[in-house]
Ligand binder design. Structure first.
Ligand code: NAP
Ligand code: ZN
Length: 362
């Protein structure tokens, strides 16, 4: 049974929580733990709104524990650091992503793949080491073990960098692991939302030819002229999909809902790879013929480890890559969630926490 952070911890905190599967977020008082010797206390400035937040507040995956304070794309300022913390000092601009803890001993942790640790602790909706529930970044502060705190490159703006902490690493990690970074190869990005639009930018930075595969024809102009994609395929346009068959080396599938894989598999060349990072709440059907006949591979990937997340942030700093965002106030978050559910966001909502949360206090 989880202990209640409202009673356990010494520091008052304030955020927005959903209390049932309606997913509606409202003001919520809770508390944060004392800053330990290995901890960094972060005053949150910005927090991105990931589709995983939406799946979670509505309990679409079936394991949400209410109340839930979502948010795992956090940028803020370090206001306290523990005595063992050498990498960060008070006043530094820092980031926190999807994970805030792991066992730090297993094979995965030793390889800096804390994201695959069987005892990984997520930034929200997880049991922390002290038995309390973790609460995420739709809140004023968070206390995080230094291993899970990231440096934000100086040249990048905080608001547009926040989404890199989840969306960015989620597409960067499989691109590296599955060898999708060879210049000149053809990458398909399926679903042009938060993850998808960062995948387009990273793909171009790696020198790939990038084609967006989308259900939204109205995103074509921006995809090509703003995000830098080379071409755009509407997945319902049978003639164009047919013409593009067998042309892609890799596809990153970021779709948040159940959708057919058959058309995607047919777009791949022989030996092509379809890497799925989207997490629909129901299983997808895997058609064997296009998979087997072309020696194709279907793989998955979950965010990334701390070391690779820092590498991704530094890469984005070097290539000046950030998310395209719509900056919102805290009390606009429910409207933003409704729009996110309809794929109506260009391309990530980010909450201006520092400038809009405190005025929501009752
Ligand atoms: P998002 O901003 O809502 O983007 C998802 C995109 O998928 C939409 O913009 C839309 O693009 C497309 N889409 C939505 N419904 C569709 C449908 N029924 N059929 C076909 N396409 C559809 O979401 P996100 O924040 O990028 O997250 C995407 C998914 O990845 C979510 O399931 C999320 O939970 C998951 N995720 C996984 C990880 C991981 O580590 N593996 C990390 C973060 C998020 P178009 O308008 O272009 O069609
Ligand atoms: Zn996320």
């Amino acid at each position: 049974m989880a202990k209640s952070p409202e009673e356990e911890h010494p520091h008052k905190a304030f955020g927005f929580a959903a209390t049932d599967s309606s997913g509606v977020l409202s003001p919520f008082q809770f508390s944060r733990r004392e800053n330990g010797p290995d901890d960094v206390t972060v005053q949150i400035q910005y927090c991105g709104v990931c589709h995983s937040d939406l799946h979670s507040v509505k309990n679409e995956w079936g394991f949400t524990r209410y109340p839930i304070v979502p948010g795992h794309e956090i940028v803020g300022i370090a206001t306290k650091v523990g005595s063992n913390v050498k990498k960060f000092k008070v006043g530094d601009r820092v980031g926190v992503g999807v994970i805030v803890g792991s066992c730090e001993q297993c094979e995965c942790c030793q390889q800096h793949l804390e994201n695959y640790c069987p005892r990984v602790i997520f930034t929200y909706n997880s049991l922390d080491k002290d038995g309390t529930m973790t609460y995420g970044g739709y809140s004023d502060t968070v206390v995080v073990n230094q291993r899970f705190v990231l440096n934000i490159p100086e040249n990048l703006p905080g608001d547009a960098t926040a989404p890199l902490l989840c969306a960015g690493i989620t597409v960067y990690s499989p691109m590296k692991y599955y060898g999708m970074t060879q210049s000149g190869k053809h990458l398909g990005v399926c679903g042009l939302g938060g993850l998808g639009h960062v995948a387009v930018k990273l793909g171009k930075a790696f020198g790939l030819r990038v084609t967006v595969i989308s259900t939204s024809p109205k995103k074509e102009d921006e995809a090509i002229n703003k995000l830098g994609a080379d071409s755009f395929l509407v997945s319902t346009d049978a003639a164009k999909m047919k013409a593009a068959m067998g042309t892609m080396d890799f596809i990153i599938d970021t779709v948040s809902a159940v959708h057919p894989l058959y058309p995607l598999l047919t777009l791949l060349k022989v030996n092509g790879k379809l890497i799925t990072v989207g997490l629909p709440n129901k299983p997808l059907e895997l058609p064997m013929f296009p998979l087997v006949m072309g020696r194709k591979l279907v793989g998955g990937s979950d965010i990334g480890g701390t070391e690779e997340t820092q590498e991704m942030l530094d890469f984005c700093g070097k290539h000046n890559i950030t998310a395209d965002i719509e900056l919102i106030k805290m009390d606009e978050v429910n409207t933003a969630m409704e729009r996110l559910a309809k794929s109506d966001v260009r391309y990530r909502f980010v909450i201006d926490v520092a400038n809009s949360l405190s005025s929501c206090k009752m």
